[in-house]
Design a protein around this ligand. Structure first.
Ligand SMILES: *Cc1c(COP(=O)(O)O)cnc(C)c1O
Length: 387
């Protein structure tokens, strides 16, 4: 089945719910077993459904099955946030004395998790240049257990050669975990690229409406038991209401993404031709860094990318630009229907690869608004920079 058909048909069971099209919100903590024999099944792990609300309800299970189907995974787990998905996946496969190879452009809080929490538990992290490709082999040590990728990084948008990295990692017995939030379950097939464990912040395009937090972990059969065990021991389940909203977000994810993709590319092309702009870091823009890898490995692009101005900008000038934009919000996260713009300073948060630009960098999320109005608003903003 095509992804569009999957999105429109997954997670429906009208026959079980008096004809209601969508799976209802099953709110539940206690789950009752009709007989002692059934209770004993729960105790021995042979009850066929969830035995407690923390392990999910039907609302959760349908969403997990939907995510797995769209990504081409055997199983998916949904969690309370994207960050929880990252922490859970790393904890599932790492133990004291292990070594982790982490891409230098990783999501900031993931970096802080490695440098603070994993370190306390005796896991050593080495950051690597995201564009290292097959060269990762030289960094793999005897105790390296996980190679973690994020392609493209969600601030600086370096594309990684995932198949090359995965090949080298697998030759040394490592597991490849990848944050695929930018690629989305719609525009990327992680398991065909060699990824073992695929993570999404469902807070972004799966939700699509800036009104919930959720993470997903998808995997093949051989990694599911360990992931499920760690997930259950950490207790990071999402609410049934969030699962319902995420399933509803999936219904329109394809159509929303098509507009984010088109709007984003139009914005990127306009910025590239703007005299104040030094570089546009959008992998789907022809000529941009990583474009060839994007073309090879992805089926589309979302609305998030960065651009770098030719000059460094005094904070007052930046405030003149940012504070008077009409359509762009200034805030963390992305993947909702609305446009966002934030200044970024990547130089401060990397140790293994160089940020070569000296001009002011900004990250833009191109939303579903009319693209000509978005461009006109940003054009006025860039004019205000000059005072
Ligand atoms: C937002 C984000 C996360 C974390 O997701 P939350 O749902 O906010 O916890 C992880 N990775 C990337 C790339 C993100 O953009």
């Amino acid at each position: 089945m095509d992804k569009d058909t999957l999105l429109a048909t997954l997670g429906c069971a009208p026959e079980d719910h008096r004809g209601v099209v969508n799976i209802p919100v099953y709110r539940g903590s206690t789950i009752l077993f009709p007989t002692l024999a059934d209770f004993d099944k729960a105790e021995s792990g042979t009850w066929p459904h969830s035995v407690y609300g923390r392990y999910g309800t039907r609302t959760t299970e349908e969403l997990e099955a939907s995510i797995a189907a769209i990504e081409g995974a055997d199983y998916a787990i949904v969690l309370s946030s994207g960050m929880n998905a990252i922490a859970t996946a790393l904890m599932a496969f790492l133990k004291s004395g292990d070594h982790l190879l982490m891409t230098d452009n990783t999501y900031g809080p993931c970096r802080r998790f490695c440098d603070n929490e994993l370190k306390r538990f005796g896991v050593e992290t080495t950051y690597y240049d995201p564009t290292i490709g097959a060269g990762i082999a030289a960094l793999i040590k005897d105790n390296t257990r996980v190679v973690y990728t994020e392609s493209p990084g969600s601030l600086t948008f370096e594309m990684q050669d995932i198949p090359a990295i995965a090949k080298a990692a697998h030759e040394k017995g490592c597991i490849v975990i990848s944050d695929n939030t930018w690629g989305t379950p719609y525009y990327m097939r992680p398991f065909e690229l060699g990824i073992d464990v695929s993570i999404h912040s469902a807070t972004k395009y799966i939700s699509g409406h800036s009104d919930l937090l959720m993470g997903t972990i998808s995997c093949k059969k051989e990694h599911y038991a360990q992931l499920l065990r760690t997930f259950r021991h950490c207790g990071g389940n999402p609410s049934a209401d969030s699962c319902y909203l995420a399933q509803r977000g999936l219904r329109t994810m394809g159509v929303r993404l098509k507009q984010h993709y088109a709007n984003g590319l139009k914005m990127a092309a306009w910025l590239k031709s703007h005299p104040s702009v030094e570089a546009v870091l959008h992998p789907a823009l022809p000529g941009a860094p990583g474009h060839e890898l994007w073309k090879r490995d992805f089926q589309g692009a979302c609305g998030l990318f960065s651009f770098v101005l030719k000059d460094a900008v005094p904070r007052e000038a930046l405030a003149r630009m940012m504070d008077n934009l009409v359509y762009y919000g200034m805030g963390y996260s992305w993947g909702g229907f609305e446009s966002l713009l934030i200044p970024i300073a990547p130089k401060k948060i990397r140790t293994a690869s160089e940020w070569k630009y000296t001009g002011q960098a900004l990250r833009i999320h191109v939303g579903l608004e009319n693209i000509d109005e978005l461009i006109a608003d940003l054009e006025r903003g860039l004019e205000r920079l000059r005072g």
